[in-house]
Write a protein that binds this ligand. Structure first.
Ligand code: FSO
Ligand code: SF4
Length: 559
């Protein structure tokens, strides 16, 4: 195996014996095989779409297939094998669509003709055979087959391979958000078309470095649309988040802990647990759920438990109820809680019961068989500062900036992780001067969201904007402030101090680059999949810089 798609890549190079995340070589090979099959599916789906032939089942499967290969999602070989076989079915469906739409023959100027022209050596060879992923057929041993499709086979040129990887990881991250959208009933043809076009392009030997760089930027653009769709889907269903205190203590009663990002799954669980004496707690990226009127109305959504994802193995032992993951980040479960752990959606761990569909009875029964919590009230933290809440007090904020009460805004956000060096973010937040406001989002906030930051004239100094996908909200806030001050976002007194871990962070970064946002500080380390030349390109064009020390960075930013 060789994988370096996340920040945990072993030795900063890549995992080649076993994933630091717990991904075994067999699972890595199956994911590589699935990704290869998805490229084949994308080639046909893209060609079919050009002829106005499409199928919603193909569009949704593309999202699910990509999402299953994101870090800390699917560790279950059996589920991955089933996905690979379904991928083949979908590819055959897309091929049939394409052939039907093209009248049974290759369309003029189509992908296969281009390939034929490229490989001038063997004109007799059917073009479909040359477009290797399009000709992919699952073998009897799917893991062994996947071994030939590792990321090093993406391209021989290190820079082109790096650009292709950035695009592929961007697509994976965006697939996660688009999957949440489709679960909420939101679909967008332009988004689906881009997935097919971009993934097909990764198998096109006629393309060069700048083609992939442009596609990566376009991925950032499309992702802005996807995050916007998810934002409106959440608001339509649950109302706009409002500032809400969240209990970190416990309430007497049986308990269920929900981890992940899927708010619709949480709502369904809240409905099914109502009146049953079960209290529901959020974990990790579910924390922002407390701010949504349509979710906070459930009195048995009682609080938040634990820290960010990387602490789960030591914290879940102390949760005396059932635990369910609805998206990443799951880690190898410790023996002390495997008997009360469940997965849902695309998350899976071998041997852990998976809930297919929307019936959470098994989870409820498990919670009822466990002791639950006593009453032990704790500290409260504030969440719910989405774009509507913040822009609702925009006048106050603008006045505070103009009057000099607020000097600077820092967006300290992104993913948390297990590697050392992430204390930087805690220290940075602590050292931010008292006349500055901190916006935060995603699971990296657990490094400092339980500290007291106080307020500036009634404006809390720490504003929790939400989940990682709520980067959309932060962008809306920045754009509105830029409008009010009649300047560009880069001219605002705003600095972005980001932490990354997995592929959703990659696609958010692409969105920020697409928007032309410069001077981002990125840590705790730079991605192993960025080649030195591609890094130079990013530094020259976007002035991205790795984090150094909180003191040095603060000094450089605030002068
Ligand atoms: Fe974190 Fe995990 Fe939300 Fe990620 S819980 S690391 S970027 O999945 O998606 O922020
Ligand atoms: Fe290693 Fe990250 Fe890949 Fe897991 S996802 S194998 S930790 S690089």
């Amino acid at each position: 195996m060789f994988c370096h798609q996340c920040e945990q890549a072993a030795k900063g190079i890549g995992c080649d014996v076993m994933g630091v995340c717990g991904k075994k070589p067999e699972v890595a090979a199956l994911q590589d095989n699935l990704l290869y099959g998805l490229k084949g599916l994308a080639i046909y789906a893209n060609e079919a779409r050009k002829l106005e032939a499409k199928d919603p089942a193909i569009d949704v499967f593309m999202l699910e297939g990509l999402f299953a290969t994101v870090t800390n999602v699917d560790f279950d070989p059996a589920r991955l094998e089933a996905a690979i076989r379904k991928c083949f079915e979908m590819k055959e469906k897309a091929k049939a669509l394409y052939l039907k739409a093209s009248g049974g023959a290759e369309a003029e100027g189509g992908f296969f003709q281009k390939l034929k022209a490229f490989f001038t050596g063997d004109e007799s060879k059917p073009a479909q055979e040359v477009a290797a992923p399009a000709a992919w057929v699952p073998a009897a041993d799917l893991a062994k087959q996947g071994d030939q499709y590792g990321i090093m086979t993406f391209h021989n040129d290190a820079d082109i391979r790096s650009a292709i990887e950035i695009l592929v990881y961007g697509l994976k991250g965006m697939a996660a958000y688009a999957d949440h959208c489709q679960i909420l009933g939101k679909h967008d043809d332009e988004v689906y078309a881009f997935f097919h076009k971009a993934l097909a392009a990764t198998a096109d030997p006629a393309l060069g470095l700048m083609d992939y760089v442009e596609l990566a930027m376009e991925c950032g653009k499309v992702n802005l649309k996807v995050m916007g769709m998810l934002d409106s889907a959440h608001i339509e269903r649950f109302g706009s988040p409002v500032p809400t205190p969240v209990q970190l203590g416990t309430k007497a009663g049986k308990a269920i802990l929900v981890s992940g990002h899927d708010l619709l799954m949480l709502e369904e669980l809240l409905k099914q647990t109502e009146g049953k004496g079960i209290n529901v707690y959020t974990h990790g990226e579910m924390l922002p759920a407390h701010g949504y009127p349509g979710l906070k109305k459930y009195a048995h959504l009682v609080g938040n438990f634990g820290g960010a994802w990387q602490d789960q193995a030591k914290e879940f032992d102390g949760f005396p109820g059932a635990i369910i993951f609805n998206t990443n980040c799951i880690q190898r479960p410790a023996a002390s809680y495997t008997d009360r752990l469940f997965t849902w959606g695309l998350v899976a761990w071998p041997g852990i019961p998976h809930i297919d569909g929307w019936d959470f009875n098994a989870v409820i029964e498990k919670a009822q068989s466990l002791p639950g919590f006593p009453d032990a009230p704790g500290k409260e933290i504030l969440v719910g500062f989405g774009h509507d809440a913040v822009l609702g007090v925009a006048d106050k904020v603008i006045e505070a900036v103009k009057g000099g009460a607020v000097k600077h805004f820092f967006l300290i956000g992104g993913c948390d992780g297990a590697k050392p060096g992430r204390n930087y973010y805690t220290e940075f937040a602590e050292k931010v001067p008292k006349d500055c406001v901190i916006l935060t989002l995603a699971c990296g906030k657990y490094r400092f969201n339980k500290l007291d930051f106080g307020d500036i004239g009634g404006i809390p100094r720490l504003l929790d904007v939400g989940q990682c996908n709520d980067a959309y909200s932060a962008i809306q806030i920045a754009v509105a402030l830029a409008g009010a001050f009649q300047c560009g976002v880069n001219d605002l007194p705003l600095s972005l101090i980001l932490s990354w871990y997995e592929q959703k962070a990659v696609v958010i970064l692409l969105t920020l680059l697409h928007l032309g946002i410069k001077n981002i500080k990125l840590g705790p380390s730079l991605p192993a999949f960025i080649s030195p030349n591609v890094l130079n390109f990013l530094v020259e064009n976007f002035k991205i810089a790795p984090i150094s020390t909180p003191d040095e960075d603060l000094k450089a930013i605030l002068g």
